[in-house]
Design a protein around this ligand. Structure first.
Ligand SMILES: [Fe+2]
Length: 160
């Protein structure tokens, strides 16, 4: 028997896709920065990629712990030519804001369903967004100070 309602199950499966899409976006940013010669800045996005894979796996585990069927939704392609580091940094922050909104919607569903286990898990996932915001806003602040690619090379040489 499953311990979760259908709409909540569906939302959690969609969230698996959202997290894996985040992972793909950050791997793309990592590769883009490597090809600009900005290997230290690229490493930050490699770490973000691994964190997002971890989040996706946490949602899969939540579903299987509740004996719910799992599906992995189709994930959109990522192929953006960033004109500047500021554009990349803005997409990073936008994506994290969208993730918080998405987690908040699932939290509301869990509260409506009296599914306390999912409710608690969503609060834990939302709490992690504080650190994600700290990292993304700090990156955007630095990008805004050093918007030209040659300035990014100095930023990268200082360790990223
Ligand atoms: Fe995430």
């Amino acid at each position: 028997m499953t311990l979760i309602g259908e709409s909540l199950r569906s939302a959690l499966n969609e969230q698996v896709g959202h997290e894996f899409h985040n992972a793909n976006i950050y791997m793309f940013m990592c590769a883009f920065l490597r090809n600009k010669g900005l290997d230290n800045l690229a490493k930050l996005f490699e770490t973000q990629h691994e964190e997002e894979i971890g989040h996706g796996k946490e949602f899969v585990s939540l579903l299987t712990d509740l004996n719910a069927d799992v599906f992995i939704p189709e994930i959109d392609e990522v192929n953006t030519q960033f004109i500047s580091i500021v554009g990349l940094a803005q997409l990073y922050l936008d994506r994290e804001m969208l993730t918080t909104t998405s987690l908040g919607e699932i939290l509301k569903l869990a509260i409506n369903d009296n599914n306390y286990v999912v409710e608690q898990k969503m609060r834990e996932m939302i709490a992690k967004q504080q650190k994600e915001y700290e990292e993304a806003t700090s990156f955007l602040d630095k990008a805004s100070l050093l918007p030209e690619w040659w300035q990014c090379a100095l930023w990268d040489a200082a360790g990223g």
